[in-house]
Design a protein around this ligand. Structure first.
Ligand code: AFP
Length: 344
């Protein structure tokens, strides 16, 4: 059945029917994320007109300047989930400590991790930005409300996805049964199904990395990027380069067109720059559900057990063939072993 044009809410209800034991809470969480996305999208689309550009004057837990839109997006999530009865704890890039919504905790079975406004350096130049989210079950017993509750590996995510505020606003999510994208139709204020069962191409022609970090790269990164730039028509090299500097934008292109995105560890940032719980793990879940891979270079992202709420992790994500080849370089496999991926 062609489901294009279905509203996000209706799609979620249909998905829910496939799970007879579902209580509907998860579906409501997704609907509420959609609501937060609409509120943020409305402000983003009028950013030069309403008083929202610029910085707040404060610095976040990562030592980065907080933009006013960062703060607005973060507060929108707090407002949308406050008194919702759905989520007990919010963990955000913009908040050093988890935010307990105590009014929800007696019944809310979930924890929400999110990066409210990814790519904030693009805000003031009208560039693409996004929101990333991930939903985990709370644990029972003694672990309830403790760090252990939040430090679950990405394999335990129940829903993950992102919103991209680009030429249109798109919400992409997975609940473990494929990846779906919904485009916001601002004239009716609804997200409508536009991308059904997204699959990442097995291999792409694009690599995405901040080349300005070149002087700090470690040998595997340099060797891999040099390899992609070599001329070899038989294996469709050289690859072409694209880098927006907003993870959601670079990821979304990679998901639809194929290829590879890398933010590896380097001599300046040994564990890279991106955060495990609300950037790398949710996108790793999405890419795996779309047939792709996500790795640190030596380890599957979804298998990593977090040790810190704001932990950074090297991220290599995209088409399965491209990521497998990168892993050959990062794990120091021999030339013969690399030959098995000779097509690239
Ligand atoms: P900002 O939110 O500070 O713009 O950072 C965006 C980001 O976390 C992620 O969205 C990008 O992929 C990455 O940083 C870009 O980092 P570099 O500017 O170091 O390339």
């Amino acid at each position: 059945m062609n489901m294009k044009g279905l509203t996000l809410t209706r799609h979620i209800l249909l998905e829910q029917r496939a799970h007879p034991t579902a209580t509907g809470e998860l579906s409501t969480i997704l609907t509420q994320i959609g609501l937060a996305a609409k509120i943020i999208s409305r402000v983003v689309s009028r950013a030069g007109l309403v008083d929202i550009l610029g910085v707040t004057g404060s610095v976040n837990v990562h030592g980065e300047e907080v933009k006013r839109l960062d703060e607005y997006a973060n507060q929108t999530f707090i407002n949308v989930f406050g008194h919702s009865g759905l989520v007990c704890t919010l963990v955000s890039e913009e908040m050093e400590k988890p935010r307990h919504l105590s009014e929800n905790c007696s019944q809310g079975k979930y924890t929400l991790f999110f990066d409210p406004l990814d790519g904030s350096s693009n805000i003031d130049v009208n560039g693409t930005i996004g929101t990333i989210f991930s939903v985990h079950h709370r644990l029972r017993g003694d672990l309830h409300g403790s760090e252990k509750e939040w430090f679950q590996p990405g394999t335990q995510q129940v829903v993950a996805g992102y919103i991209i505020y680009g030429s249109s606003t798109l919400l992409v999510y997975t609940a473990g049964t494929g990846v779906y994208g919904f485009t916001l139709d601002p004239s009716i204020g609804e997200f409508l199904l536009s991308h059904e069962r997204i699959r990442v191409p097995p291999r792409g022609k694009t690599y995405s990395i901040n080349e300005g970090n070149g002087p700090y790269w470690r040998p595997p990164t340099r060797a891999f990027i040099d390899h992609l730039k070599q001329k070899d028509p038989e294996s469709d090299r050289p690859y072409t380069s694209r880098y927006v500097g907003a993870l959601v934008a670079d990821f979304h292109r990679t998901l639809l067109k194929g290829g590879i995105f890398l933010y590896p560890g380097d001599d300046k940032n040994p564990t890279g720059k991106l955060r495990l719980l609300y950037e790398a793990a949710p996108l790793a879940y999405v890419i795996e559900q779309a047939g792709g891979r996500a790795s640190t270079g030596t380890e599957r992202i979804l298998d990593i057990h977090p040790v810190d709420l704001h932990q950074k992790i090297p991220l290599i994500i995209g088409s399965p063939v491209d990521v497998a080849l990168a892993e050959d370089f990062f794990s120091g496999r021999t030339a013969q072993e690399k030959d098995r991926s000779k097509r690239v």
